[in-house]
Design a protein around this ligand. Structure first.
Ligand SMILES: O=C(O)c1ccccc1NCC(=O)[C@H](O)[C@H](O)COP(=O)(O)O
Length: 258
């Protein structure tokens, strides 16, 4: 199962990272000019669905998605085309991501930046702050209820917002009990890679009205965007279809077409 593999790899690399850079050193690296951009404000809009555009070179399901990958150029292009927030994959082995991609996106744009990674240790939350993130992804499928609760508290205490990702109603219930304010509904089954955008509709029905909802994965067309907007979803997180497009500008125009 891919998630187990990703978590195993993450545990191994974390051991090394912590040895090379203990927490006190990491904390001293939080930028002195760190300035928080509100992820939640950016993705709750009155008139339209917000777009969270992802910087994603590769994935376990597709392999390399973008050959000539220039993350800084992509971030600048996203901002030029008025995306509402940027998500950056920082996982190195399976997604070929990097922390630097996130720092570059934050320092070269004015939009909020989400760290998309597999967080299984509180160290990574402080690391997210040190690399200049505004928000982090917490994946219910790889956390216990106790860990999720603790991580939401740590993140909030250092001024990071949490997008809590769920894939089914059982996970949603736990996430809400832990105080999640922003729920990401993943349309991709992380074990089979099967994508079904209607997963958002099924889970959406059980989400209280005051919770912010992001639909994640497999969003490719203007019809998808209209469907999600009609469901009352706040934002769409889009990676692959933007990365695979020959023109990011044209793909964003096509997605937004009224
Ligand atoms: O994208 C994958 O193949 C994948 C596999 C295993 C765990 C996570 C995975 N993706 C992470 C994401 O959540 C997506 O990058 C994100 O939702 C955007 O999805 P998409 O628009 O389909 O690239």
């Amino acid at each position: 199962m891919i998630l187990d593999k990703i978590v195993k790899t993450k545990l191994e690399s974390l051991e090394q990272t912590k040895e090379l850079k203990p927490l006190d050193i990491l904390l001293s690296e939080i930028p002195t000019d760190y300035s928080h951009r509100s992820f939640s404000n950016a993705i709750v809009l009155k008139d339209r669905l917000a777009i969270i555009a992802e910087i994603k070179k590769a994935s376990p399901s597709k392999g390399i998605i973008k050959e000539n990958f220039d993350p800084l150029k992509i971030a600048v292009e996203y901002e030029k085309n008025k995306v509402d927030a940027i998500s950056v994959l920082t996982e190195t082995t399976y997604f070929l991501g990097n922390n630097q991609f996130l720092t570059d996106a934050k320092t070269n744009t004015t939009v909020p930046v989400l760290r998309k990674d597999f967080i299984i240790d509180s160290y990574q939350i402080y690391e997210a702050k040190a690399i200049n993130s505004d928000a982090i992804l917490l994946i219910m499928a790889i956390l216990t209820k106790e860990k999720l609760s603790a991580y939401i508290n740590i993140a909030t205490s250092i001024g990071l917002e949490c997008l809590v990702e769920v894939h089914d109603i059982g996970e949603l219930e736990v996430a809400l009990e832990c105080g999640a304010q922003i729920i990401g509904i993943n349309n991709r089954n992380l074990n089979t890679f099967e994508v079904n955008i209607m997963n958002t509709e099924i889970i959406m029905e059980k989400i209280p009205k005051d919770i912010i909802v992001v639909s994640e994965s497999g969003i490719k067309s203007n019809e998808d965007i209209k469907y999600l907007k009609d469901l009352g979803v706040n934002a769409a997180l889009i990676g692959e279809s933007l990365m695979a497009a020959s023109s990011i500008e044209k793909k964003l125009q096509e997605l937004r077409e009224l």
